[in-house]
Design a protein. Structure first.
Length: 87
C-alpha cells in the first residue's frame, strides 16, 4: 500500500514538473523510478534543482507517512555528463 502511494507521488511530481524523468526509448518511454520491497532507485535529469526537489518530495513523504528515509544509507550516482552536480 505504501509502495503504491510512493508510485502515485512520483507520477504526480512529474505531471507538476517538480521532477523530471529520463527518456530511455525513441518511442516516448521514460524512466522515473524502480521499486523493490523497501528499496527504490530514482532516475532524474542531471541538474541540482531536480535533485533538491526530489529530496523535498522524500521529506514530505516521510512526514506524511511517518516513515524515515535514511539519507546516510542513500547514494547518488551520476551517469554521463553531470558536471553541475560535482560542484
Amino acid at each position: 500500500m505504501v509502495v503504491e502511494m510512493f508510485n502515485s507521488l512520483m507520477v504526480k511530481t512529474i505531471e507538476e514538473n517538480i521532477y523530471s524523468d529520463i527518456p530511455i526509448s525513441e518511442k516516448n518511454l521514460n524512466l522515473c523510478h524502480l521499486q523493490y520491497v523497501d528499496d527504490a532507485l530514482l532516475f532524474y535529469q542531471p541538474n541540482l534543482e531536480c535533485l533538491l526537489n526530489m529530496k523535498r518530495v522524500l521529506r514530505c513523504f516521510q512526514i506524511v507517512l511517518r516513515l524515515n528515509t535514511n539519507f546516510l544509507k542513500s547514494s547518488l550516482l551520476g551517469v554521463g555528463n553531470v558536471e553541475e552536480l560535482k560542484t
